[in-house]
Design a protein around this ligand. Structure first.
Ligand code: AMP
Length: 410
């Protein structure tokens, strides 16, 4: 079968929704590049378990299907959703045939530093990581199991948010706690690895001067983290054991003294669920502002607490930038990506102004351009190049999955 009639499905499964993108393989040989993949559809199944609804769009945003159905008995909902999705895809692919599914899986534990083809043994290992990411891992596994059940003919590949960080030096992988916990998996894993892997993948083309350099990537979205890369390898990340650490996020606290947790539990009598809800859902920009977790609303709000939440966000980015530059032994490039990083000229401008001492000189006109494309926003004389590079985690998953399904591919 030639490349033109093969298709790859990318799935990003959450608790009540599954986002998807479908690519056809354009001209595949053993060297896989971005040009080998053409996006055909994207969309989501939402309301899983309550009011399921499948929406798919073409690359121009035209809606191709918007269909609802009644939820089934508990435990069947991911299966029903993915059965409906894959049937719709089969019916709309023309003469192409779906051959593989790439999944975003949050946690690859200490073991997986690359994408892996799913076998019963791999699935067994991934189940043991549920306790490391209880809010995310079960949903990815439910999607994998649903495809195994409904479409066992499809090859499945797990692509991990932790994998890109697995080769951190040991000092960036440990906590200063008794060693046995490290062995048990209490490590600084780091997340958003698919986004960072995509940036590392395009860097030689987009900003070749930075390809072998010391670069900090700021993935600033509703989840936010920063990654220090040396020659496109991650050497440290602001996120650690969980996706709570580091920068404040839409609703997550970011870095917090663990003594605060002890205080809440011991002195205020909070239980584990209350602490979890506070840290994951009620903190960050939402908790500080009391207005919203959405940066667009905060930027337009007159509430002084909204302004203070933005101040805190900028301050922590600036602190982490200094820390990661120290870990790298200097800085050649700073890259902004994800919803806020790609779209908020104000956030980029404030971060760069605070980092003037590091040799960053922002081109203010370039920073204000609205084009959704890769662009350099530092001046020619800036000692540190600053770029906006829109991330594409789904493309990275599709590329990795394609490599995994074609024997000998690179
Ligand atoms: P993501 O999780 O990458 O989709 O990013 C979501 C975040 O990006 C939200 O906080 C949005 O408010 C923010 N965002 C998206 N567009 C803009 C914009 N034009 N200006 C400021 N923030 C934006």
């Amino acid at each position: 079968m030639s490349g033109e009639n093969r298709a790859m499905l990318v799935l990003n499964a959450g608790s009540s929704s599954i986002k998807f993108e479908l690519y056809t393989v354009v001209d595949e040989d053993r060297i896989i590049t971005d040009e080998d993949l053409e996006q055909r559809f994207e969309g989501q199944v939402e309301g899983i378990g309550t009011a399921p609804r499948l929406i798919a769009r073409d690359p121009d945003g035209h809606i191709l299907i918007d269909e609802r159905w009644a939820p089934g008995p508990p435990g069947t909902n991911h299966q029903v959703a993915l059965k409906r999705l894959t049937t719709w895809i089969d019916d709309n692919l023309g003469d192409a045939q779906l051959i593989g599914v790439g999944h975003r899986v949050v946690h690859g534990g200490p073991v997986y530093s690359t994408p892996v083809v799913i076998t019963p043994e791999v699935l067994e290992v991934l189940r043991t990581y549920i306790s490391l990411a209880p809010l995310h891992q079960p949903h990815s596994l439910a999607a994998i199991e649903a495809i195994l059940y409904t479409r066992p003919d499809l090859l499945q590949v797990a692509c991990f948010d932790t994998a890109f960080h697995r080769n951190h030096p040991i000092v960036a992988d440990q906590y200063a706690i008794p060693r046995e916990y490290y062995e048990q998996g209490v490590r600084r894993y780091g997340f958003h690895g698919l986004s960072y892997a995509y940036i590392a993948h395009v860097l030689p083309i987009v900003a070749p001067d930075l390809s072998e350099g010391r670069v900090v990537v700021a993935h600033l979205g509703s989840g936010a983290s920063m990654c220090a890369m040396k020659a496109r390898q991650s050497i440290d990340s602001t996120m650690g054991f969980s996706a709570l650490d580091g920068l404040p996020m839409g609703t997550r606290s970011g870095n917090i003294d663990p003594g605060v947790l002890l205080y809440w539990i011991q002195e205020l009598g909070m239980d584990v669920k209350q602490v979890e809800t506070l840290l994951y859902r009620q903190s960050g920009l939402l908790g500080l502002s009391g207005v919203s977790n959405d940066m667009r609303l905060l930027e337009h709000s007159d509430d002084p607490n909204a302004a203070e939440a933005i101040d805190y966000f900028i301050y922590r980015i600036n602190r982490e930038l200094g820390a990661l530059a120290a870990a790298l032994g200097g800085l050649d490039g700073l890259i902004f990506t994800a919803g806020i990083g790609e779209n908020s000229a104000m956030v980029r401008e404030r971060v760069c102004t605070l980092a003037t001492w590091m040799g960053i000189e922002l081109d203010e006109v370039a920073n204000l351009h609205r084009a959704k494309s890769n662009r350099c926003i530092s001046t020619d004389g800036s000692a540190v190049q600053v770029w906006i590079i829109p991330t594409d985690e789904e493309k990275m998953i599709a590329l990795d999955t394609l490599r995994a399904v074609i024997p000998g591919a690179q």
